[in-house]
Write a protein that binds this ligand. Structure first.
Ligand SMILES: NC(=O)c1ccc[n+]([C@@H]2O[C@H](COP(=O)([O-])OP(=O)(O)OC[C@H]3O[C@@H](n4cnc5c(N)ncnc54)[C@H](OP(=O)(O)O)[C@@H]3O)[C@@H](O)[C@H]2O)c1
Length: 341
């Protein structure tokens, strides 16, 4: 199968190329970039030299599926002509994640370039939408923070274990902000520093609320707070909610972990751990590690969730979606273990 990557020169695009190189059914036939157009991929990213590709300004040749790793708005504009040619698309940007164009405009500050595709697009969290993804021609790959948060809270919301008032406290490595240069991402600004940001509301909040609301039948109240921490990759989210009276019998951490394991039993990339997971345990792999516990002093559920923002939070999840859309085993090219230490 021939695939293309739009904007291979960002972090998500480069990570896609690295993962797809291992895919036995896929040939990366075309990769695009803007300022690096005309250069060899291996000259821009020496670790990708074995792919032997040249970056072009536009997609070339006949393709079966295209990934877009452009920033929002530019991404929708780039994938519309691809969709119109009947080619399947996995969009890693935020452009097709929200169902309402007005909500997109409110959070992203621009008019949606292709609102007619919003209804058709499938939110690409395979653990919630696997069957719809199989037949989709446009998949909206989830955001990195939402992947960690939704997977952490989905079982509790779906099983009715908690009150509809959730706090999600997330920490991310700096690659989450992309490869573009900005003062806030300089080594001397980030190193030995931790900061909270987007207290007025992070753009990933509406997709978290949308997906948890769909599971619950009504959108829960979600307080979502993000922090930048001095590491390259990884997200750790700590999520809190008050357990409902009775809470479906999930009053102990052991019972809660059993319910979470049952919920994700058919999903190869979510593991419920017996100890609190650490970001290093997901470094470079496609897993989401979850550890739900009951705080018996306060009657609260606490869930720790870890992912690699560039793998399960972006490129790995995109390949997982492609596998489903194309009828390959869901885990093809995604079984690599975490890099340690
Ligand atoms: N980073 C993550 O952890 C992550 C996770 C999930 C989803 N995403 C999403 O994935 C997409 C890519 O993110 P990223 O982090 O890989 O970005 P990135 O590393 O910041 O890549 C952005 C690069 O895209 C190029 N670019 C910017 N605007 C463009 C435009 N209008 N047309 C063509 N090229 C343009 C620029 O390269 P040149 O200046 O060389 O042209 C820029 O350096 C975004 O939509 C992001 O929200 C990222």
């Amino acid at each position: 199968m021939k695939v293309g990557i739009i904007n291979v020169t960002g972090y998500a695009g480069a990570e896609l190329a690295r993962i797809l190189y291992q895919h036995p059914e896929v040939e990366i036939a075309s990769v695009t970039g803007r300022s690096a157009a005309g250069q060899k991929l291996g000259d821009v990213f020496p670790h990708l030299s074995p792919l032997g590709l040249t970056i072009t300004p536009d997609l070339e040749g006949s393709l079966d599926l295209v990934f877009s790793a452009l920033p929002h708005k530019a991404s929708a504009e780039a994938v519309i002509p691809v969709l119109e040619q009947g080619v399947k698309v996995v969009d890693i940007s935020a452009d097709f994640r929200l169902k309402q164009a007005a909500e997109y405009q409110m959070w992203y500050g621009v008019q949606h370039p292709a609102p007619s595709y919003l209804e058709e697009a499938v939110y690409g969290l395979t653990e919630l939408h696997r069957e719809d993804i199989r037949s989709a021609r446009l998949v909206a790959n989830p955001g990195c923070y939402p992947t960690s948060a939704i997977l952490a809270m989905a079982p509790a919301v779906k099983l009715g274990l908690i009150e509809p008032d959730i706090i999600i406290d997330s920490k991310s490595g700096v690659s989450g902000a992309g490869r573009g240069l900005s003062l806030g991402a300089h080594f001397s600004e980030v190193n030995e520093n931790v900061m909270a940001y987007a207290l007025e509301g992070h753009r990933h909040l509406p997709e978290i609320t949308q997906e948890l609301g769909e599971l619950a039948g009504k959108a829960p109240a979600v307080t979502f707070l993000t922090h930048l921490i001095p590491m390259t990759r990884g997200i750790l989210s700590t999520c809190y909610a008050k357990l409902r009276d009775g809470a479906g019998g999930a009053k102990t951490s052991q019972r809660l972990q059993e319910l979470y394991r049952e919920f994700y039993a058919d999903h190869p990339f979510v593991t419920v751990t017996g100890k609190p997971p650490q970001t290093k345990q997901t470094l470079g792999n496609n897993w989401c590690l979850l550890h739900p516990v009951v705080d018996t002093r306060t009657g609260r559920l606490i869930v720790i969730s870890c992912i690699d923002n560039l793998v399960k939070g972006a490129a790995g999840q995109a390949v997982q979606n492609m596998n489903l859309m194309c009828g390959f085993p869901e885990d093809t090219a995604l079984r690599a273990l975490a890099v340690y230490p």
